[in-house]
Design a protein around this ligand. Structure first.
Ligand SMILES: NC(=O)c1ccc[n+]([C@@H]2O[C@H](COP(=O)([O-])OP(=O)(O)OC[C@H]3O[C@@H](n4cnc5c(N)ncnc54)[C@H](OP(=O)(O)O)[C@@H]3O)[C@@H](O)[C@H]2O)c1
Ligand SMILES: *[C@@H]1O[C@H](CO)[C@@H](O)[C@H](O)[C@H]1NC(C)=O
Ligand SMILES: *[C@@H]1O[C@H](CO)[C@@H](O)[C@H](O)[C@H]1NC(C)=O
Length: 325
């Protein structure tokens, strides 16, 4: 009789260990989507009987508008922030009709402007409200060039992007944190992007979203050290349609803003401060975790092949960058 060569026991155990680690990782990922939402915990009346309010930035369109609608549905009154009063008034009347029992208030502020007085003024404007939530959703690529190497962006354009996606939310949190601490339990959400890991041709945007994600991680630990009853939840978002810049038909990997907003708020209380709230986006991103860097780079390059080629061949001057606006 011939004996088959046996596998050394330590390799078997190594295999078992790898399988267990993988199973734990998968269970953790999946459990985020199965836990019941704790959103209503934050929609609580104050001790002196005042109703709960949440501030949503960038609420006049897309994801912010959809989040505002869902938050109103869950018992919050909503401060709708944006830069265009007329557009905000339209959204306010639409939401008031859909939620007659709720109140809505407007906050007009250009998120590309980050002078200290702005944030003092916002805190003053909201000081009469029992604020128990802040959703830092405003963001995007700004009004200038998109999909180009950094030298093609004007300084103004880059300042706009970094201010809107990183500095504005940071200063807003700083100015409203005392209120949230006092009114706790409170919810502090932010809308990031799966491009936060270093995507080319949108470098300032990508890096700003990376900053926002790190900020959420720092604040999660600060909240714990300080003993505050505040939940920090940062959303890593893939492509969402039904927003100002994209009206394509939704698909499995590209949810509409309302579908995305429902998914995001269903994740409140899931126990992780940084999540990809929509399962279709997780399916898109999860395989990248198991790939070598060179393969990830190849996929990124391939997916940007048409978009970027216009802007990557010639070195830019500031004049040329201005022309691409
Ligand atoms: N849609 C996606 O595929 C996607 C993917 C990843 C991450 N995200 C993130 O999701 C968030 C919301 O994006 P969205 O897709 O819903 O975009 P959107 O439909 O364009 O909505 C953006 C909102 O922000 C407001 N806003 C823009 N610039 C502003 C400024 N300078 N000052 C004040 N408000 C300003 C807009 O006001 P107006 O109505 O006046 O323009 C609007 O209310 C952003 O942080 C974005 O980076 C989106
Ligand atoms: C503000 O919003 C209104 C209504 O949506 C729109 O007609 C107008 O063009 C917007 N103004 C600016 C400066 O974008
Ligand atoms: C919306 O986004 C998807 C995915 O990036 C893209 O394929 C589609 O062309 C976009 N639609 C519009 C109208 O920009």
């Amino acid at each position: 009789m011939m004996s088959t060569p046996s596998i050394p026991p330590f390799l078997v155990w190594l295999g078992v260990l790898a399988a267990v680690v993988l199973a734990i990782k998968a269970t953790n990922t999946i459990s985020v989507y199965l836990r019941p939402s704790k959103l209503r915990r934050y929609a609580h009346t104050s001790r002196d009987g005042r109703p709960p309010w949440v501030l949503v930035t960038g609420a006049s369109d897309g994801i912010g508008k959809a989040l505002s609608n869902e938050l109103a549905d869950s018992g919050f009154n909503v401060v709708l922030h944006g830069r265009n009063r007329t557009k905000l008034l339209n959204v306010q009347s639409e939401l008031s009709q859909a939620h007659p029992a709720r109140s809505f208030r407007l906050l007009v502020a250009d998120a590309t402007q980050c002078q200290p007085e702005v944030f003092k003024d916002i805190a003053d404007q909201l000081s009469d409200l029992h604020l128990t939530g802040l959703v830092n959703n405003v963001g995007g690529g700004g009004s200038g060039t998109l999909f180009a190497t950094l030298d093609h962006y004007t300084a103004e354009n880059t300042i706009e992007i970094v201010n809107m996606n990183a500095l504005f939310p940071t200063l807003l949190i700083g100015s409203l944190l005392p209120t949230l601490v006092q009114n706790g339990p409170a919810l502090l959400m932010s809308t990031g992007s799966i491009t936060d890991a270093g995507v080319p041709l949108v470098s300032a945007y990508s890096a700003s979203k990376g900053y926002l994600k790190t900020l959420a991680e720092s604040l999660t630990r600060e909240v714990k050290i300080a003993g505050w009853d505040i939940e920090v939840l940062h959303l890593r978002v893939g492509v969402v349609t039904g927003v100002a810049g994209n009206k394509s038909k939704p698909s499995m990997f590209m949810p509409s803003a309302p579908v995305f907003a429902k998914a995001a708020l269903a994740r409140v209380g899931c126990g992780s401060p940084v999540i990809i709230p929509y399962w279709g986006h997780t399916l898109q991103v999860a395989p990248l975790d198991f790939m070598p860097v060179w393969l990830v780079d190849m996929i990124i390059e391939y997916s940007l092949r048409d978009i970027g080629s216009v802007f990557t061949n010639t070195p830019a001057t500031n004049d040329e960058a201005a022309k691409t606006k």
